[in-house]
Design a protein. Sequence first.
Length: 272
Amino acid sequence: MNLENYFISLFVSKHIGDDGAVIDGFVYSKDAFFENVHFKTDWMSHEQIAAKAMHVNISDAVAMGALPKYALLSVAMPSSITKEQMRELARGFQKVADDFGIDIIGGDTISNTKLDITITIISKVNKPLLRSTARIGEVVAYTGKLGKSQQDLKKLMSRGQIHKNSKFVNIKLRDTFIKKTQRFLTSGMDISDGLFSDLNKLSQSSNIGFRFIRKIPKNIGCSGEEYEMLVSFSRRDIKTMKRRAMQSRTPLNIFAYTSRDKYINRCKSHHF
């Protein structure tokens, strides 16, 4: 058990264990986006940083089939930040909020030695997608293409350049795909820590293993910050899922079936 999981285990609540906490028809989710942990300011503009922070947090709502409605922002800023950079941050937050129909209702700002952002998203949901509801014998799939985020991070760490439309900077959420397929999904979550690590969460939550029908290289399976969807569904719905994925122009990659096999995650933790 890594230290993150150990710390979470110190709290006892029936609401902990998914991308967000479901309470009385609402989903509450929160993620941090910290300078020198998740990004460097010479990699991205302040507008891009704020936009990515919003997308990272909205991804949790999308992953649970919820409709994001409100956001609370906490922004810790260095004294060296300029008014123009503050305006860039505000534009980034507001643009993404407008795209998803989210009302920014408050938060907090404090002085800090670097730029650190935390966002709480409050969403409405009728029937949430959970990690604990996959069953033996179902299909397991992920959306999109994995691996590019880790490749681009390595380039940035080596002082290289990445394309302005890189997934590391511009996240594409799969909200349309989820809207079209949710009724057929038995479980769902976003891929934030890497496919193999997130499969481990699904395995533990649903008490299942996986029988792989496609070989997935480690550099793809361990690539974090992809923000694609990891889903399960019945075998009888394969054709329907493929058709609806095409309707939303979403690549759907079937790679495993749920089973009684023991699953072992071979990726290094992205946390601590």
